[in-house]
Design a protein around this ligand. Sequence first.
Ligand code: GCU
Length: 620
Amino acid sequence: MAAKIFPLVLLVATCACLAQPPAPLITNVEHRTTVSLNGPWHAIVDPYDTGLKDYRSHVRSKDGFFQNAKPQTPQDLIEYSFDKSETLNVPGDWNTQRPSLLFYEGTIWYEKSFSYRPKPHTRVFLHVSAANYFSIVGLNGTVICDHEGGFTSFNCEVTPLLHEGENFVVIYVNNTRKADGVPTLSTDWWNYGGLTRDVQLIEVSERFIQDSFIHLVAGTRDQVSGWVKLSDATANQRATVRIPELAIEKTIATNNAGVAEFSFSDKRLQLWSPEHPKLYKVEIETSAGESGTDASKDKLEDEIGFRTIETRGHDILLNGTPIFLRGVSIHEEAPYRSGRANSEEDSRTLLGWAKELGANFVRLAHYPHNEHMLRMADRMGLMVWSEIPVYWDIKWDNPATLANAQNQLTENITRDKNRASIVIWSVGNETPVNDARTKFMQALVKTARSMDSTRLLGAALQVQHTDAQHRDGTTRIIDDPLGADLDILGCNEYIGWYEGKPEDAEKANWKSPYDKPLIMSEFGGSAQSGLHGNADARFTEEYQEDLYKHQTAMLDRIPFLRGTSPWILMDFRSPRRLLPGIQDFYNRKGLISDRGEKKKAFYVLQKWYRQKETTDHSAH
Ligand code: GCU
């Protein structure tokens, strides 16, 4: 044993190429002082990880591309150059920026030089909103942190490494799919690689507001509670929480963990809802403390909506009132230009279409979308189902895979917990029923509940079958054991597409042993926009239209149904869709094409949602 440890310790000690985990996530970046590093970055495509590992031992080499080395003399042998390398835009996936990279899965090195002037009493963190899939960050030649997971944010402290004048950051990004990854090897979405969302420097004071949570207490309309976490785990630090519009001001003090809790009630509070997406400006401010210097002062604001979401039997209650979630599923695919959506504009377009459908709810599949999307949903009044990419068959018995999934869930909830729009945390999609899987998913449910008791837990369950009693093949039973741990049951069904004919939906009956609300989280069929024909001809708009007519009639007959998010708002790129002239690497189940053309089925659903909206209103 002694023999084996020594070389490893030596390696760790000697090589600055081994990274640390990211620093605790700094939330509410939108309202912080930041320096954007978006724009063109030099990029080196490195299929063999030449810039990372020794050619033979595959051990990380200490003079990898993080050094951004440049020949000092004509004799120097440097076989790479960021300066001479073409650029890729950040934010952006690399696949849609160069035809040669459309199918590329592997490593690309990103480099950005920038001039910077360090400020007194200021700490600086490099914040990456998302890098798919595994990334390692280096600054001025020093490797600082690495991160696994393509859809959540992370940040690493760079204060000691930054210097006056020219600096450079190098980020290694690898999107190779892994069997023990989250997601794993097979997905029905394109494995877009790269720095797919914003990259920026965050400047904070020496002692800053790390995180906060503020929400309405379940079952109330006027009681607010929350906490503020400061960067220092020190007691008796003072902070003030304000809602200027209501002249509310609470001064609180931290405990030993640097956390200060608060609560107050106010009958004038207007609650957030899709019809009335009321957001309040909330300010948090810390005072100078003993040092009396600005070094420990910090101020942060955010737009917060107050609402409660609960279940009662089969009902979902928003602010205490039963509601039907009229939704649609959405992938983070950019409208019109394809590739990863990443801008406020993209969010406005996609959620605008959902609103046009008559939706009050969207299922953001199958991974956390960019923060623009959630803030837009807050402003537009759309409830959100947020999900982590525990998708299909994951390595259920691998502890590292579970830790990875739990980390992605934790980062997701940490970033988005103050978004009123999010009503459901989903722990996965279409995962096969077996004990290892159910234990894995139950661990995720536990993680989510330990972080947030104000939202509903769900998952898209797939398995429904006919038991001995209902051998007629028309009765489907949602009795997945995981249902017992969830607040809502999500279920994906494709009657009329993968299973039978559209009209078979008319005969289908749905049952569940659980006294819980059902959200039909996926249903639908494909149509090529502009392809017309008989209603029984697949891939025509008429087939999809007919399928939706039968589906909505069936859904109306399910007594415990309280929401729907059909698959899907817009056609999206998928490596599993190969039919020439129709799919061409696109999943065509969109109600809208990737060029923004509405298909006939769009209007079937729109009509159904209008009816539902009327009945919902008249019922309350
Ligand atoms: C599945 C899955 C989706 C997929 C869809 C389809 O249900 O959850 O990710 O795209 O079916 O087959 O179109």
